[in-house]
Design a protein around this ligand. Structure first.
Ligand SMILES: Nc1ncnc2c1ncn2[C@@H]1O[C@H](COP(=O)(O)OP(=O)(O)O)[C@@H](O)[C@H]1O
Ligand SMILES: [Mg+2]
Length: 260
């Protein structure tokens, strides 16, 4: 596999008044073209900061050191990296039609006119398996369910044909069935489009069901990375084992007949 990006000794700190918060601390990570890489870790471990750094979206209060090398050339913001967040309402504009928001990326980055972009938007809505794309083009976000809105956000994120799709807790607010549907959709989309997927989640089971590799973040550091199967079967770090343990405790049904 060829390399999408090589991150070397990346640190990011946010200024807060006179002090600063270290969000990423000496991260070394190579992301390969076409892989599905999950980033897991507890809240505040630096996952979203990594996503924003890669997308070039860090706020002015952030200080970034280290290097991020893109062998295929630096990504153009909004075109080469698509992002999907936990709350689709945050990425969808309530006063624009679904068609306008999905077409927008194609207009801005592919040089399409609105008519051609509208046709592309309709195709994209079909690709994310939304029913009746033609009437959806004229609908507004509030007319859709949460799962449908997340599908629209995914369609908008891939409208300009990004090399990298970053899903930051994109399924965390959805119920389990819709979550599984969105994961299936992401998996087939990245395979069909040949995109690289960075799947950020606090859920290790979800990560292992989707990803080729898992990188474990804790307190701004990358503490462990490896094949998803190895990480979940034989974690080297006690912290990873504790994430697995916590998940098993929560999800494993009690033994039949085992009563307290
Ligand atoms: N814009 C910001 N200003 C100040 N601190 C921030 C900002 N964004 C994130 N942080 C801090 O950086 C750390 C990592 O945050 P984040 O990357 O959002 O973690 P995660 O996505 O894993 O929950 C946290 O301590 C968080 O409070
Ligand atoms: Mg986050």
């Amino acid at each position: 596999m060829t390399v999408l990006t090589t991150i070397e000794d990346l640190s990011v700190a946010f200024r807060q008044g006179t002090s600063s918060v270290t969000a990423l601390d000496g991260i070394n990570l190579t992301i390969k073209n076409g892989e599905q890489l999950a980033i897991i870790g507890e809240s505040g471990s630096g996952k979203s900061t990594l996503a924003l750094t890669l997308a070039g979206l860090l706020p002015a209060s952030a200080r970034q050191t280290g290097t991020i090398d893109w062998p295929g050339g630096p990504p153009i913001p909004g075109r080469d990296i698509g992002m999907v967040f936990q709350d689709p309402s945050a990425s969808l504009d309530p006063v624009l039609t679904i068609g306008e928001q999905v077409a927008e990326g194609a207009v801005a980055h592919l040089g399409l006119g609105w008519k051609a972009a509208g046709l592309r938007a309709r195709d994209l809505l079909a690709r994310v398996q939304l029913p009746d794309p033609d009437s959806l083009l004229r609908a507004y976000p509030h007319q859709l369910s949460g799962g449908q809105r997340q599908r629209v956000a995914i369609a908008a994120a891939i409208a300009a044909g990004p090399r990298l799709l970053i899903a930051d807790e994109a399924t965390s607010a959805l119920d389990t069935i819709v979550q599984a549907e969105i994961v299936t959709l992401l998996r087939s989309l990245v395979a069909e489009e040949g995109m690289t997927l960075l799947f950020i989640t606090h859920d290790i089971a979800l990560a292992s069901s989707l990803a080729d590799r898992i990188a474990v973040f804790r307190q701004a550091k990358l503490v462990e990375i490896g094949a998803a199967a190895d990480i979940t079967r034989q974690p080297r770090e006690p912290y990873t084992a504790s994430l697995l343990g916590a998940h098993i405790d929560l999800t494993t049904p009690p033994l039949v007949g085992a009563r307290a």
